[in-house]
Design a protein around this ligand. Structure first.
Ligand code: ANZ
Length: 849
């Protein structure tokens, strides 16, 4: 017809897609190269909102792009459907969490269909389905077999509102990530996954993600793991048989230790206090009580006055035999290092603050005025150019005395007052002191991590039951394999309200089981797993969904994984990504997959804001996804989002113009509508100026999409539509072959953002559906004036060659060039490339086997 009707177009193409499911991934016979594109799957807690609209619009751009580039694309969708949000919402509404969850999922599916997302709908998964969480239970038992799942009695983060434990990752500034309540500590016996065994690998492997993950995320992961390098030093304690070990990053300052501090809430503090006078015992107990009343935030804040209790006990400095008074003070944490420190007030600010508060001695052992430039010693000269003998005069440090200034000397310098370490730079002194400690047998090189083991027990109903059995005689044994899945009981009749113990404990019948060895009555574990277990491996389940014999197929993982493009919010920068990386490494160690990082590249979209603040239900400023599409239509929403700015920037929803997008789409549609030439028109006979614009689009768009400059692509399409309009109205007219060529290019590229409209235009231009599956055209070089730049090729981290390439080169083209480059082949000298990471147009990085 002659009238532009986006609603009719939308419905028409949604029906066609539903009918023929054109975006299923190709099967094993498909010979095209593969791409696995994945958006972080949603929680079904309520309707989708504009943050989802944004993220899934970008996912679809990437998936559609690779299809147009000739790839066999896997782009699945599922739901992270267990967890607190669903359970809390269900409690508030008095509904069954199961019914509530699946009703939301149905609504989400409808919205995604209306959005025109090109998913492979045959691979849907919900983590709350027994055929999914059965494999969480398998995973748990595999970790258990490998000593990577264990139970421990320890103080945990406890949300008094949700009445459940939280992982460290779920505590944000001392508050519950979900409900905002202040988190307290509580002692409980819980299941943990031993992620700390993988700390070094989780840290070191971040290097290979450099350039492919946002640097901010890499930095956050590094900080979270928080590796410190230094020494463990053993101190004798007077009146105690066993030595006590402390971790220090500055073993070079051992001569400057003037006291010793233990965490008040450590077992050691309790033991030492127990051996002291009645008065000290009482003071210690009071102190411990006051520490227990403090929140984690208070305790960690640095500007708080230092507090502590002298325990009337002494440690002995292993290097010089000096007696160090032992204090209990809350600036030392029980669960970092060994929960005890040697205090060096001259060179550590926290120790200095404490020493000044309690009048303890300060001894300088590093002269920070002494010049240090690596191994070369610098000769200082006076005003007359006469060299000053560095060994000649004792340094005058009075102006810098930390006891007076209150500022610890933490910088570079040379050791003083430290026996044989005197004169060494800080770095050399650290190395030398470790050697000394090792030869004395009283210390060794050591690392310490901020990362803690992953606490996975939750006292909630809506999660994966932990597949363990507690026997009458106190053993804890796995649920036998043939009894899996261990499914949740009916929620009916259970009290789901938070009360500190799992609601499953109230399911009397469900709790009863038998000891697999003796046949005696036994009890189930009433806790459920943290939902981050569910999402730690779901990307593998998409590869063989519904498989009843295994969690995922190794053969399919070899074909598809790791994920090539992972897209989602920066709110998952630590927790989800770290856990998925950890489980990936475990599965690698089990020999089930041949890669160690799950997500080869990561795109974090910015947030969608309203009134400049994050949209959220609690703020009441949520624009719902389904509602947003009603008026302008899905295509306009998607175009408007993509055009709003760079992917990683926040979008203020008030500044997003769906009306503008709709007008642009109408103009594009009108161009296709006006074309009068037939599909076999000879393009070369068309208007050259318009052809140049079209071919520049072909030339530039691939690079722009790979660099996630989606807004620029939309701008280029707008230019192209305007240029075409001009030729139709005031140039060669609608019959010019260049007009058809431009209209076809518009439809093909517009498919990334406005797939309904693109399909409609494609049909109007005389072609069969689906434009979503049509390979893009190659630009005609004679119509391009090309710019070039220099790309580098690295092999195992070293630059081995440089290439002069067109600025618009695609990753695939660049990789092919690099692989056939003579210098590269020479330095490989027959070694095989195990892994290639490409950042077009600038870097190719090969890793050899
Ligand atoms: C002596 C010393 C001298 C230290 C000096 C620092 C500077 P990061 O970098 O965070 O790993 N420490 C060790 N265990 C602690 C605990 N449980 N609670 C609080 N502080 C603890 O910090 C390592 C340093 O923090 C260690 O090195 C120790 O103080 C302290 F000039 O030892 B240091």
């Amino acid at each position: 017809g002659d009238a532009f009707d986006p609603y009719a177009i939308q419905q028409k193409w949604q029906a066609r897609w539903a009918e023929s499911d054109p975006f299923r991934a190709g099967d094993a016979d498909d010979t095209r190269p593969r791409k696995y594109v994945l958006g972080m799957f949603p929680y079904p807690s309520g309707d989708l909102h504009m943050g989802h609209a944004e993220s899934y619009a970008y996912v679809d751009v990437v998936a559609r792009f690779w299809r147009h580039r000739g790839y066999n694309v896997l782009n699945p969708i599922g739901w992270d459907s267990f967890g607190l949000p669903a359970e809390n919402a269900a409690i508030q509404r008095g509904a069954d969490p199961r019914e509530w969850t699946y009703a939301n999922i149905a609504q989400h599916k409808k919205s995604f269909r209306e959005y025109g997302s090109s998913y492979d709908w045959s691979r849907i998964l919900h983590t709350s389905d027994p055929d999914y969480y059965r494999w969480n239970q398998w995973l748990f038992l595999e970790l258990y077999k490998r000593d990577l799942a264990y139970r421990k009695d320890s103080p945990v983060n406890w949300c008094p509102n949700d009445q459940t434990v939280l992982a460290n990752e779920q505590v944000v500034d001392g508050h519950c990530e979900r409900c905002g309540a202040e988190v307290v500590k509580k002692k409980l016996t819980q299941w943990y996954f031993k992620i700390t065994d993988y700390a070094d690998r989780l840290l070191d492997d971040l290097n290979q993600l450099e350039g492919f993950w946002p640097s901010k995320v890499i930095r956050m992961q590094r900080n979270w793991i928080g590796r410190s390098v230094g020494a463990d030093i053993d101190f004798e304690i007077e009146g105690r048989d066993e030595k006590v070990t402390v971790f220090s990053t500055r073993p070079d300052t051992l001569h400057g230790a003037t006291f010793f501090v233990v965490a008040p809430d450590s077992d050691l503090a309790a033991e030492l206090a127990a051996g002291a006078s009645a008065e000290v015992r009482m003071r210690f107990q009071d102190y411990l009580d006051s520490v227990g009343r403090q929140s984690e935030i208070e305790r960690q804040s640095t500007d708080r006055p230092k507090t502590g209790v002298f325990l009337e006990r002494f440690a002995v400095n292993p290097i010089n035999g000096e007696r160090l008074p032992i204090w209990a003070a809350d600036y030392v944490l029980a669960d970092y290092g060994h929960g005890a420190v040697m205090a060096v007030p001259a060179h550590d600010q926290r120790d200095l603050d404490f020493a000044r508060a309690f009048d303890l001695p300060v001894k300088v052992v590093v002269d920070t005025t002494a010049p240090v430039t690596g191994a070369i010693s610098v000769i200082e000269v006076d005003d007359d150019g006469v060299p000053i003998d560095p060994a000649g005069e004792a340094p005058d440090l009075t102006a810098l005395d930390p006891a007076v200034t209150g500022t610890a000397l933490t910088g570079e310098g040379r050791l003083i007052n430290s026996g044989s370490l005197d004169g060494l730079s800080k770095r050399n002194a650290i190395a030398r002191s470790i050697e000394q400690l090792e030869s004395l047998g009283t210390g060794r090189a050591a690392k310490s991590y901020r990362l803690r083991d992953w606490l996975i027990s939750r006292q909630r109903f809506w999660g994966t039951p932990i597949p363990m059995i507690h026997t009458q005689d106190g053993r804890i044994v796995p649920v036998p394999d043939e009894q899996l899945p261990l499914t949740l009981p009916d929620a009916q009749g259970l009290d789901l309200a938070p009360k500190g113990t799992s609601p499953l404990g109230g399911a009397a019948e469900w709790m009863q089981t038998t000891d697999p060895e003796t046949g005696e009555p036994a009890l189930r574990d009433p806790d459920t797993m943290d939902t981050f277990v569910d999402s730690s491996w779901y990307f593998l389940r998409f590869l063989s969904p519904g498989d009843e014999t295994e969690a995922f197929s190794t053969a399919q993982a070899d074909r598809w994984a790791p994920v090539d493009s992972y897209i989602g919010g920066v709110e998952h920068a630590i927790l989800h990504l770290l856990y998925a990386r950890f489980i990936t490494k475990v599965l690698f160690d089990m020999g089930l997959i041949d890669f160690t990082e799950p997500f080869s590249s990561l795109i974090n979209q910015g947030m969608v804001l309203l009134d400049g603040s994050k949209m959220s239900k609690s703020k009441g400023n949520l624009v719902e996804f389904a509602a947003s599409m009603v008026d302008p239509g899905a295509d306009a929403v998607r175009v408007a989002i993509a055009f709003a700015g760079p992917v990683e920037d926040d979008i203020n929803w008030e500044d997003v113009s769906t009306t503008g997008a709709q007008k642009f789409l109408a103009r594009a549609w009108r161009v296709a509508h006006d074309v009068t030439s037939s599909p076999d028109a000879v393009w070369a006979e068309g208007d050259t100026a318009l052809r140049r614009v079209t071919h520049r689009v072909w030339a530039d768009v691939p690079g722009l999409v790979e660099q996630t400059k989606f807004n620029v692509v939309v701008a280029r399409l707008m230019e192209l539509v305007n240029a075409t309009r001009k030729v139709i109205d005031t140039g060669a007219g609608p019959a010019d072959p260049a007009v058809r060529e431009a209209a076809e290019a518009t439809a093909m590229v517009l498919d990334l953002f406005a797939p309904h409209m693109a399909e409609e235009m494609w049909e109007m231009l005389g072609y069969e559906p689906f434009v979503g599956l049509v390979p893009w055209r190659q630009p005609d070089a004679t119509l391009l004036v090309d710019e070039t730049l220099t790309a580098v090729v690295q092999i195992d981290g070293k630059v081995r060659s440089t290439l002069t390439v067109p600025a618009r080169i695609s990753a695939a083209e660049l990789e092919a060039l690099a692989r056939s480059d003579e210098k590269v082949l020479r330095s490989l000298s027959g070694r095989e490339i195990a892994r290639a990471v490409v950042r077009a147009p600038k870097v190719v990085s090969f890793t050899t086997a």
